[in-house]
Each structure stands twice: as C-alpha cells, then as structure tokens.
Design a protein around this ligand. Structure first.
Ligand code: FAD
Length: 362
C-alpha cells in the first residue's frame, strides 16, 4: 500500500514515509510522519496538530548531511519555500532574503548571474539555504557566515518567529548555535549581504592554478566559481552516482601540547596552526595513514579517491555505514590518540565513546 497522504493548504502530510530518496547516502529508512511545507507561515499550525505535536521532530533539508542509523520515530518537516526577495541596498552591498527551502546551488548560480560577489567559492555544495547556517558551510577558504546578515527561525522554546543577527549565531568551523541545539530552531529564511564589487578569495588549494589553466588573468566571481566547480567535480563523488554525504569526518582541532607531541611523533601529519596556539589536523591524512582509505565492509565503504568520504556502494544500512565509520575512528584513535568527529548529523544521536574505550598502541 502506498503511504497515506493528507493535503492541506500549503502542506502535504505523508504517514510512514520512505526516506531513501531524501538522504544522499541513500539509506533505506522511514519516518512516522513527513510534512512538506510550501509556506513557512504554516509551521506553527502543523506543529500544533494533535497527531503530531508530541512526536520527536526533525527538520530535513535535502538530506546531504545526515546519516539515518534507524527509522525516525516521529515527524520530519521539510520546508519547500524557495523565494528570493530583494530587501534593499547599502552602498556596495545588496541585501537578500531567501526561503529556507531554496536549493543552495541555485542561489549561488542566481547570485553570480546578478553579478554579485560572496558565494562563488561555495558553488556545487548540495543542500538547502535553510541548512547552510547549521554547520556554517564552507569550501575553498570561504564560510557562508561572512555573507549572512541574519537568520530567521521558528524558536520552539519561545514558540515564536525570531531573527538572529549573524553575531548571535556563534558561527565557527562547521559549527553554529543551531548545530549545538538542534531541537530549538527551525530556520525559515536567511538574509544575505552580498557585494557588487567584493574581494575574491583565490588563495586556497588549486584555485589560481585552475584559473591559469582556463587562461583567466583578470578573474571575476563567475571565474572563481568555474574554477571551484572544476576542482570539486574532479575530487568529490557525485551523490547521484554513489551515495555519500560529502566529507564524513571533520578535521580535528587539538591543543598546543598535543600538536607539539604529534609534530615529533608524526612529522609528516599536516597541521594548520590556529590562533589559540593549537592546530587543526588533516583527518584525510590520518585515515589514509591507518590504511582505511578504500576500506569496504559489504556495501559500506570509504571512498578509494577521498579518505574523508563514507560511501554507500549499494544497499548498506545506516547502522552498517556507522559501524564502518566507527572502525575508522578507532583505527585513527589507536595510532594518533585523536578522536575524529562525524560532520553529518547521525540519527539517532550515538552515545559518546568513553575516553578509555579504545586503548592506544604505543
Ligand atoms: C557531495 C557532497 C559535498 C559536500 N560538500 C560540502 C562542502 O564543501 N562544505 C560543507 O560545508 N558541506 C558540504 N557537504 C555537506 C552538506 O551539503 C551541507 O552540510 C548542507 O548544508 C546540508 O544541507 P541539507 O539541506 O542537505 O541539510 P540536511 O542534511 O537535510 O540537514 C543537515 C542538518 O541541518 C538541519 N537542518 C536542515 N534544514 C534545517 C532548517 N531549515 N532548520 C533547522 N535545521 C535544519 C538538519 O536537522 C540536520 O541536522 C557536502 C555534502 C555532499 C553530499
């Protein structure tokens, strides 16, 4: 029997909805109820429905940064509001308000077509505008936080719509207040501040080389986007061809004492010094060093081309994918005494591993 569907103005409710086509790791999971909202204004009404209001709630964009290790026992909300509103101009800058359901890459391409500067390095990142602030998406030396003016959200604690200026969003490396309190806010729109003639960021990993190979010596934002697009297409597996969630492991940050010790013990391990004296470490290098690049257990695998990417070669379950990720974390911890953190949201949230669980080989 196909899932039961209920239509209301601006809302589609689906009972016992399949999620395989709604997450890029292609995990076969289901949720008790799914609500697709064309208009964010319907949110309070939907959340108050007697059949839904007591259920655990998950907001899903396009599922490119989640791993379902089990069925979701409650309600999943997907926002489909994707409008772009011109809010005004301040000197060199243009202010835009974009609905949370807008596909991120469409916004980037639209901004480039308008001649706006700011989002070009973030081209081709899958996902929705509403999810972009969650982990402060970043690529090729740029994070979205620098272009965000304010985030509009439904605050489930205060039970009202709020506007959070960027300074109140606690943006950090793949981090924000939204990521730390996933139960609290449902982002309904994001306001961006883009430049007409802003500075371009071209110093990261191969952009200048790519521009040179395109024979562009006076680059504009569209050219930087083209260079990034070429680099990304060569490097990252396409979720349309093989299930994945992009980089599965974050680059870990360690304090100055640990960084110094690692510099002696593992002199080839790439480190990026941070302002606090600590270092960010290359997770990809560590995974490769412990022999996990290309690792496979059934259909769960680590990409043979990119050590950070967990892939679903076919019908791996979420639990099998997470078990493989745990094997990688354990191997890295045993050699480097560093615990890798997953970048996607693992659902349900796994129990933290006690420090003494894995012992280190000296
Ligand atoms: C091939 C590939 C490449 C990638 N490259 C990058 C990259 O270069 N840089 C990068 O930063 N990320 C990258 N990612 C990760 C991912 O694309 C981003 O994190 C993206 O922002 C996720 O968007 P989404 O709509 O799919 O979110 P989802 O995966 O649906 O959700 C992610 C999290 O955000 C929450 N969420 C989603 N929408 C809302 C909302 N409206 N309100 C409140 N919470 C919400 C969810 O509950 C969940 O916790 C990549 C992923 C893939 C598959």
């Amino acid at each position: 029997m196909p899932p039961a569907t209920i239509e209301m103005p601006g809302v589609t409710l689906i009972e016992d909805a399949p999620l395989a086509a709604r997450n890029t790791l292609r995990v076969q999971a289901r949720c008790a109820w799914l609500a697709e909202l064309g208009d964010a204004a319907t949110l309070p009404r939907v959340l108050a429905l007697p059949a839904l209001r007591k259920l655990p709630l998950l907001v899903l964009g396009s599922g490119s940064n989640v791993l379902f290790t089990a069925d979701w026992p409650g309600l999943i909300v997907q926002l489909r509001n994707g409008g772009i509103e011109h809010m005004g101009e301040t000197g060199e800058h243009v202010l835009l308000r974009v609905g949370a359901g807008k596909p991120w890459d469409e916004l980037v391409r639209w901004s480039l077509a308008q001649g706006l500067v700011g989002l070009e390095n973030l081209i081709l990142i899958p996902g929705t505008v509403g999810a972009a602030p969650i982990q402060n998406i970043g690529a090729y030396g740029v994070e979205v936080a620098r272009s965000i003016e304010c985030v509009e959200a439904w605050d489930r604690e205060l039970e009202r719509h709020v506007e959070l200026p960027a300074a109140d969003c606690a943006f950090g490396y793949r981090d924000s207040c939204f990521k730390r309190a996933p139960e609290r806010w449902i982002i309904t729109a994001v306001r961006f501040r883009l430049a007409r003639n802003g500075a371009l960021h071209m110093d990261y990993a191969g952009i200048r080389e790519e521009l040179a190979s395109l024979r562009i010596d006076q680059p504009r934002a569209v050219h930087v986007a083209e260079a990034v697009q070429r680099l990304r297409t060569r490097k990252l597996p396409d979720p349309a061809l093989i299930g994945n969630a992009g980089s599965f492991f974050k680059n870990p940050q360690v304090d100055a004492v640990c960084a110094t010790a690692l510099r002696t013990q593992e002199p080839d391990l790439p480190q990026w010094p941070q302002a606090d004296g600590g270092s960010k470490l290359s997770a990809a290098w560590m995974i490769e060093a412990v022999g996990c690049k290309g690792l496979r257990a059934g259909d769960a695998g680590i990409s043979e081309h990119h050590a950070l990417v967990l892939v679903n070669h076919g019908t791996a379950s979420g639990a099998q994918l997470w078990a493989l990720a745990e094997r990688v974390r354990e191997a890295v911890h045993m050699r480097f005494a560093v615990l890798l953190e997953a970048e996607p949201r693992v659902l349900p949230q796994p129990t933290p591993i006690p420090a003494q669980h894995w012992t280190r080989h000296e």
